[in-house]
Write a protein that binds this ligand. Sequence first.
Ligand SMILES: [Cu+2]
Length: 182
Amino acid sequence: MTRSTARLSVIIGAIGLVTMLTLSSVGFTQGHMTDARVQARALCAPHRPAGTVVHVTLSDQGSTMMVGGTVMMVSLYASPSLVHAGEVTFVATNVGALTHELLIVPAPRNGVGSRDIKSNGTIDESSSLAEASSACGADRGAGITPGTSSWVTLRLTPGHYELLCDEPWHYANGMYQGFGVQ
Ligand SMILES: [Cu+2]
């Protein structure tokens, strides 16, 4: 290999690396799409959402489970993440490949993400205020399947809350977000 071909292959390699990084960052930021794009992708939405509407995007990187099925790339992103007290409708849209759900729970004393994980990979749901887990429907169901939305309306008083997905091991892998009501 001549010096110039060696230099050329270094340049091509660098371009390839930059392309790979760009593509992977596009994939990783999928959970942060604008509300409009999320709504356009969802198969269903509530007809007349009551109160303040919060869009929650549930996402994952598909079958990246490793080591005993407990490591996965999952994400939950709510917009807005701070609302005024009163009636709030959460519309949760699953743009990932796994089934997800949305629970609205008062934030744990030790901070968002600090809940104990049971041996089956879930948390104690007894303090949950509401749940959207019905594919193309309101309230509780069998889970939000890929490409569908679920929604739930409730009255929230000022405070700190946690939005989370309690499919096995999703919370343990970071599928939660703090949510404020003022
Ligand atoms: Cu999940």
